[in-house]
Design a protein around this ligand. Sequence first.
Ligand SMILES: [Zn+2]
Length: 364
Amino acid sequence: MMIRTLALAASATLAIAPAALAEDYPCANFTIGFDFTALESLTPILRRQGGEAAIDAALELPSVQAIVRKQTQSHEDRSTAERLREELLAWQSGSEGEIEDPVYPFPDDETLSGMEAVLSDFRADPETLMAPACERLSVFLPADYDTPLNSVFVMGVNSAGFAFGDPVLYIGFHRMYDDLPALELVLVHELYHGAQGAYRPVSEETEAALTEDERRVLDYLRNGYLEGSAMWVADPADFEGDGAMLDYFQTRLERGVRERGNLFTFFEASLYQLANDPTTDPRRHYFAGFTGEERNYNVGYIISRAIEANYGRERLAQVMTEPPTVFYRLYAEAEDRNGPELSETFLAILTDMEAALERAEAEN
Ligand SMILES: [Zn+2]
């Protein structure tokens, strides 16, 4: 009995690692944990406190290592632990103005103080943010969803929120700490990614049995599903507020929906090239569709909206447990798409992908 209890306690600790500093927030059949270690360890350094030891201790934290990992997406080999250490040393000595082409956009003193104030309000009263966030999120999850989610608050990244495909999500708190509706929007969007990360509908073995071209197509389709559905769950049109960040999300959605025909054409063009031109760099297509204007988010949003309208919210929730091809197939077969039809080219690539997955699965 004793051993069993200990084992349970150990696995519970692992599930919410690294450190959950606030109480875990219970939501439906799962909990949402919080990790503020990156903010807590980096804030004094940015305020010129502590010595090198404080920097080295911060660099040991998984939450701080995630900042390095995220920034490799836009800075590639320039984002390393060593580079972060150098930039933090500059901040600590007050010479951050001399950093040439900084990799980590750290906030100034005034922003840090603002972040601290909002964070202490949040820790004193998590309900104000978390009750509506949980309500929004939980209705879009499979009914039996029970994997704990861990929310890690960070800064020094270009992104407002991100996730790496597991039940851990990251909030770039410096980007919208002073815009509560935008914070809730980003939090729900990333929590949805966290939940999606609890499933692995296409196993590693199956993916390994795909050809390089097939894997690239699958990745692109998967990103379209992941981003579009998360955007639909945290639908910018559903939020009210006058903050700049929320306005940015809402305006971009309006632009996208107005131009939906063009967006689907761009999506298909990249898909076609990934499927047929082995020399094309998949990162170019990822950047073109999923960063900046984030056009493909709107494509996936329109598809998610149609799936919910035609098959119900439960069906859309279920897609996180299935290969991403299902997402596009449901849209193609929907009676009322309220969006562009998928072209013959798109459908042919989709059919090939479905066959490839079946073949790869049979090989395992
Ligand atoms: Zn996202």
